[in-house]
Design a protein around this ligand. Structure first.
Ligand code: FE2
Length: 410
């Protein structure tokens, strides 16, 4: 064996030894007798599959304040600022910031990332840069790229051609933003077009869907209906769906039945949803986060993302998925023990399901040896204390080691 990790506490509570050999998990047993080139005594701490960042915009990451700060804190001012900033995008600019962000994520245990790439600019610089980054980092972190039409598929002439070009260049998924199209009809049409493109190019779908407090923004039902009719369900993701939090309960109840039939994935971004939404409210002020708990209770797949790290929409963000899970616990009122455990699943296994990478993900013999060790003995403690990730293994190699902070009373 190359590595043996002794006394690993799995997320389910079992205590095991884990053997890694040639990039693969070779053994998971209560007590491994074999020897290894290197042994790490984990001492009963949590060993988990890596974190999955299922929704981020690496093209805009680390640009907060450029060319100006978002003073209103709204989604729409963010889009305007980004429209100005993206005029000066270069391949090097995007690649440098994307790789810096990926390193920030990886050192905190994230080894799978789905990023959106804005394809609403004529040279497709963001997309081309992120496709190059996907290739450059593939030995240590897996990146999926969504072709995301930030200004709408029908917002400007030529946007549809740009989307097709992005898919030909190799984007992993078709994106969309139906609630931002000029009319409701354009929004509905955009969803149909996205499904056609996904089938034509055999790609996944991840739509920014109903990211608004408008209780009449109802593109989620269109996405779900298209998923039912096309049979693409598990390959489809509805991101944000914040309007779902504002729907009346009679409609929400009816919708939930359709969502169950559709079998699509959901991504909530609680850090940014709680800050961007509710901006037009006085009091009571809505939380603007989709019905995470109810979707989870319904058995639907929900994962969590940062969405942004220091960009025009969100000037904060750390890359730490435990921050995201902790915010979900609070905002979605998921404070029960099984609910906190579910929030941990939402940044690990559920994210892998959203990304459709289950064949390469998980603590199982034969799977790639990508795993993390945390300074905590359970997912609950990891979230409560935002525990440090002490070891990050990627494909059998120790990628990062972090020493938890030491406190000394004088
Ligand atoms: Fe987003």
């Amino acid at each position: 064996m190359d590595f043996i990790l002794r006394e690993c506490r799995l997320p389910g509570g079992e205590l095991v030894d884990i053997g890694l050999e040639q990039g693969v998990i070779e053994a998971i047993e209560p007590c491994l007798e074999t020897k290894a080139a290197q042994t790490i005594d984990v001492g009963g701490q949590l060993v988990s599959p890596p974190f999955v960042e299922s929704h981020i915009h690496l093209d805009s990451a680390l640009t907060a304040g450029q060319p100006r700060w978002n003073q209103s804190g709204t989604l729409f001012e963010g889009i305007e600022i980004w429209r100005d900033r993206k005029q000066s995008l270069t391949l090097e600019d995007v690649k440098e910031r994307a790789i810096a962000t990926l390193k920030l994520q990886a050192q905190q245990g994230v080894l799978f990332v789905r990023t959106h790439a804005d394809v609403s600019e004529t040279n497709l610089v963001a997309l081309k840069a992120l496709l190059q980054v996907r290739e450059a980092v593939k030995d240590w972190i897996t990146v999926q790229v969504v072709a995301f039409p930030q200004d709408g598929l029908y917002g400007s002439p030529g946007n549809l051609e740009l989307m097709a070009e992005a898919l030909k260049l190799g984007a992993d998924a078709v994106g969309g933003i139906p609630h931002y199209e000029m009319t409701r009809e354009d929004g509905v049409q955009s969803v149909h077009r996205i499904f056609e493109l996904a089938q034509q190019y055999d790609r996944l779908i991840d739509i920014h869907c109903d990211e608004i407090d408008d209780d009449q923004s109802r593109f989620l039902e269109v996405v779900a209906a298209c998923a039912v009719r096309s049979g693409l369900g598990p390959r489809v993701t509805a991101s944000h769906t914040t309007a779902f939090a504002s729907y009346n309960n009679a409609y929400a109840f009816k919708l939930m039945g359709l969502l169950s039939r559709s079998n699509i994935n959901f991504i909530a971004n609680p850090l940014i949803n709680i800050t961007l939404q509710g901006r037009t409210d006085t009091y009571p002020k809505r939380r603007g986060v989709t019905r995470v708990k109810e979707l989870w209770q319904q058995g639907l797949n929900v994962s969590l993302g940062h969405d942004c790290i220091r960009d025009p929409w969100y000037s904060l963000g750390t890359g730490n998925m435990l921050d995201v899970a902790a915010m979900a616990v609070h905002v979605c009122q998921m404070t029960g023990q099984s609910e906190i455990a579910a929030c941990y699943d939402m940044i690990t296994t559920n994210g892998a399901k959203t990304l459709a990478i289950q064949d390469r993900y998980g603590l199982e013999v034969g799977k790639p040896a990508s795993l993390i060790v945390l300074d905590a003995d359970s997912p609950y403690e990891a979230i409560r204390r935002r525990a440090a990730v002490t070891h990050v293994f990627s494909h059998g190699k120790l990628l990062v080691e972090t020493k938890p902070a030491e406190v000394k009373w004088a």
